[in-house]
Design a protein around this ligand. Structure first.
Ligand SMILES: Nc1nc2c(c(=O)[nH]1)N[C@H]1C(S)=C(S)[C@@H](COP(=O)(O)OP(=O)(O)OC[C@H]3O[C@@H](n4cnc5c(=O)[nH]c(N)nc54)[C@H](O)[C@@H]3O)O[C@H]1N2
Ligand SMILES: Nc1nc2c(c(=O)[nH]1)N[C@H]1C(S)=C(S)[C@@H](COP(=O)(O)OP(=O)(O)OC[C@H]3O[C@@H](n4cnc5c(=O)[nH]c(N)nc54)[C@H](O)[C@@H]3O)O[C@H]1N2
Ligand code: SF4
Ligand SMILES: [Mo]
Length: 738
């Protein structure tokens, strides 16, 4: 029988208007807190320092942590509301079990664990070990990310483990490894301050990394020129010296043409290219026909602007290039990334003060979580699961025979395809909401309905877990000790401020209990998160992401330590490559040829408009957390389709009028938001909502061939005006109980 989701109406019927449990004690007064805990925001990769106020084991508020060096007390709208989650009436407080025909019912931990373990064993006995899969996420700490990798390989013994970073920065990671042999931003953000030229491509910094804006503005105060590449005049672009309004899906053409311009006008660092890099000639050869005229035609950016950007970039003494998902969420994400890196290498501006390059890591622990082994092809320390030496080293740390370690598994979206094919029958997910965040989500829904068993670990019920057989109530960021690695590569301490509420447990204790019941207790003998971290240090030793020299104490004494940090007396590495010895096999930085290819789906007569998707400042990812916080919902209650006045006029669409959006995969209705800040051939839809409000009913499952990142940033759509005003949003009442 298809495992249909339990409906919201049914949940309210079963568990009351707060969807599950009656509210807890409420916010227990805001007078003097019992304790003030210095920790970090749970949301984006900036990992801003924050002080949480704790009273009677509840988080009741926050204060700025002025001393933390990156954000110096500054927080964004999500940061100042994050404390509302610990005591939220929607918190899952008890394990829940699906009962066909009834919905969900509360159950005991023992029964929930027993059922989970017996189903894992049944599925693996019937269909093989890899028929049980695991999806993990990088809001999890380093310790939990490491634990999930070991749990999958040692306790569950499946190859099929992947993580939500697959939807995030994997194309940047792959590009960085090709070029530098290592996957981390080259300099900390302080080096932005005196960069003469800053180029920001496909990163809506003011909305997605708001506290980073400060460092860019400081650079502007010192006279930096700011170039922004984005199909929209994003808030940062309003303060830019040059905005390149690129047609989505054409970045590699722009960077290729810029590289050719630099070469044609001899704006190259010949000494650096000759002595410290490889591959320049082949890379230049690949773009030899990329004239400014050609680039204008492909990218839609006036050639004078491309020329100006090239000249500024070429002549600068210091520079910083940053990019994010706008160039990475493509079926040629890796090509776009190496296209950017080629510009940096051609001018030799890396490994020096105020000369930097990097991807801006998205999720809270997007950096650390992509280093410690819960990717399908990776082992801790950013080791390769197909490399015999790497396997042997980690097998020894784990105390297992290398032959018993599973090999490379499927990536996140490929797992969904494998469920469709009947090869994967069971799923455990933690910290991932694939029904909202994977592309082509009607196809994802059908896969969930085909599973024989699905268990989810989360602190809120999300849209995917409504398909689950068992939901295990886990812990928030502030309910467990640990570390995360910020977008700068700075390893920081997350403090346990309060205990998980009700019967909820820490994620770690849930995983350890499952490992024990799966018969692997002797391999998981930790008494604390610090014990796990100490094993991670050893496991990462000698890998490119080397954490061996980092300890909890050292982090606390220094408010963070930058990896690589190979020995206990090593101070950490805020700036990479100062010695020009790169982490590649030959020690050189590698140029990589990136010839332009069109996106996976291009516009045609039937679907003439480009759609791109992304974020708004007040909502976070699949929205499970931020759609439950009233003030954030009020800031942006529902998705609106951003459309240029000329395109709107062409279709007869008025402000706030409903538009039917159709693609080859789905069709739905959205209110129009007419803005002059978007290209005339492109519409933008934020993706933080499920079901009929979901952007991912439209996005195709086209993947980058190297990194397997989905093409979230381009699809072809058609628009039809419905001639009616949008009804008022009901989200505030429906979702935001606080
Ligand atoms: N408020 C908020 N902040 C967040 C998050 C969130 O959900 N909400 N999520 C965090 C995470 S996990 C991530 S990954 C980051 C993402 O951070 P960003 O990458 O900054 O966010 P996006 O909105 O996905 O995309 C950025 C920009 O890419 C542009 N773009 C679209 N197509 C193209 C293209 O083809 N080329 C170029 N050059 N630009 C293009 C879009 O117009 C958009 O402004 O944000 C982090 N911070
Ligand atoms: N169309 C479109 N789709 C996109 C994107 C886009 O730009 N456009 N962006 C993509 C990107 S960059 C990303 S990163 C993904 C993110 O996609 P997801 O990872 O699916 O998004 P989240 O909302 O983080 O879902 C994580 C779930 O984990 C839970 N969670 C958070 N922290 C913890 C924790 O510490 N412990 C436990 N147990 N659970 C936790 C939350 O409650 C939530 O239910 O979405 C991708 N999808
Ligand atoms: S910028 Fe990111 S880490 Fe900082 S407060 Fe906002 S969401 Fe939190
Ligand atoms: Mo992300």
């Amino acid at each position: 029988m298809a495992r249909l989701p339990v409906s919201p109406e049914k949940l309210i019927e079963q568990f009351g208007p707060h969807r599950n449990y009656p509210p807890q004690e409420g916010f227990v007064g805001r007078d003097e807190p019992d304790e003030i805990v210095n920790t970090h925001c749970c949301f984006c990769g900036m990992q801003c320092g924050i002080k949480l106020l704790v009273k009677k084991n509840h988080v009741v508020g926050f204060e700025p942590w002025m001393e933390f060096p990156f954000n110096e007390g500054r927080l964004c709208p999500k940061g100042v509301q994050r404390y509302m989650q610990n005591n939220h009436p929607d918190r899952l407080l008890q394990p829940i079990q699906r009962q066909e025909g009834v919905g969900f019912q509360n159950t005991s931990w023992d029964e929930a664990m027993e059922k989970t373990v017996s189903e894992i064993k049944r599925i693996q006995a019937s269909y093989g070990n890899d028929a049980f899969s695991i999806l993990s996420g990088v809001s999890l700490s380093n310790e939990k990310s490491y634990l999930m990798g070991k749990f999958a390989r040692v306790a569950v013994k499946t190859a099929n483990l992947d993580y939500n970073g697959r939807l995030c920065m994997v194309s940047a990671g792959a590009g960085n490894k090709k070029a530098f042999g290592l996957d981390r931003i080259s300099n900390n953000f302080q080096d932005l301050e005196r960069a003469e030229v800053i180029m920001i491509s496909g990163a809506n910094v003011s909305e997605t990394f708001p506290t980073l804006t400060h460092w860019i503005w400081r650079a502007r105060d010192y006279g930096a020129k700011l170039i922004v590449v984005d199909p929209r005049v994003i808030p940062l672009a309003r303060t830019a010296d040059l905005h390149l309004a690129i047609r989505p899906g054409t970045d590699s053409a722009l960077y290729g043409a810029m590289l050719k311009y630099l070469a044609d006008h001899d704006m190259l660092d010949h000494d650096f290219i000759e002595n410290y890099t490889t591959g320049f000639e082949q890379t230049l050869e690949a773009v030899k026909d990329y004239t400014l005229e050609w680039a204008e035609e492909v990218t839609g950016i006036e050639k004078q602007k491309i020329e100006l950007a090239s000249q500024w970039w070429g002549k600068a003494a210091t520079s910083f290039l940053l990019h994010a998902r706008g160039i990475e969420h493509h079926s040629k994400g890796v090509d776009n990334v190496v296209g950017c890196i080629n510009l940096v290498l051609a001018t030799g501006r890396i490994g020096k003060p105020y000369c930097g390059y990097g991807t801006i890591t998205g999720q809270g622990n997007g950096q650390g979580g992509r280093e410690h082994g819960h990717k399908c092809d990776q082992l801790p320390g950013n080791r390769d699961i197909t490399n015999p030496e790497h396997r042997k080293y980690i097998a020894d740390v784990w105390g297992i025979d290398e032959k018993d370690m599973p090999g490379k598994g499927l990536t996140a979206y490929e797992l969904i395809e494998a469920i469709h094919r009947g090869e994967v029958k069971g799923l455990l997910s933690i910290c991932f909401n694939p029904l909202v965040s994977l592309p082509n989500n009607n196809y994802v829904r059908e896969a969930l309905e085909k599973l024989e068993f699905y268990v989810c670990i989360d602190f809120f019920m999300n849209e995917t877990s409504r398909h689950a057989d068992i939901i295990l109530p886990g812990s928030l960021h502030e309910e467990e000790e640990g570390t995360v690695t910020t977008a700068e590569g700075r390893v920081v301490r997350i403090k346990r401020a309060v205990d998980p509420p009700g019967q909820a447990r820490t994620d770690t204790s849930i995983i350890l209990e499952l490992a024990k019941r799966l018969g692997a207790e002797d391999k998981f003998t930790y008494n604390s998160s610090e014990d796990i971290f100490n094993e991670l240090r050893v496991a990462s030793k000698g890998g490119t992401a080397d954490y061996f020299g980092i300890t909890y104490k050292k982090i606390e004494d220094n408010m963070g330590v930058f990896w690589p940090c190979p020995t206990l007396d090593h101070p950490g590495t805020p700036r990479l490559w100062e010695d020009k010895k790169f982490a590649t096999a030959d020690g050189k930085a590698h140029f990589n040829a990136a010839a332009y290819r069109p996106p996976g789906e291009v516009t045609d007569e039937e679907y003439p408009v480009v759609m791109t998707t992304g974020r708004v400042v007040s909502q976070y990812l699949s929205g499970t957390q931020t759609r439950r916080i009233g003030k954030l919902v009020d800031l942006y209650p529902e998705p609106k389709l951003e459309i240029h006045p000329e395109l709107a006029a062409k279709y007869g669409i008025g402000q706030d009028e409903m538009v039917r959006v159709s693609t080859r995969r789905g069709s739905d209705e959205f209110p129009a938001n007419i803005v002059e800040t978007i290209r005339k051939d492109t519409v933008f839809l934020p993706y933080h909502w499920p079901g009929k409000k979901s952007a991912n009913q439209f996005t195709p499952g086209t993947l980058d061939p190297v990194s397997k990142i989905p093409e979230f940033k381009v699809c072809a759509c058609k628009l039809e005006p419905l001639g009616i005003k949008s009804p008022p949003s009901t989200d505030s009442q429906a979702f935001a109980s606080v």
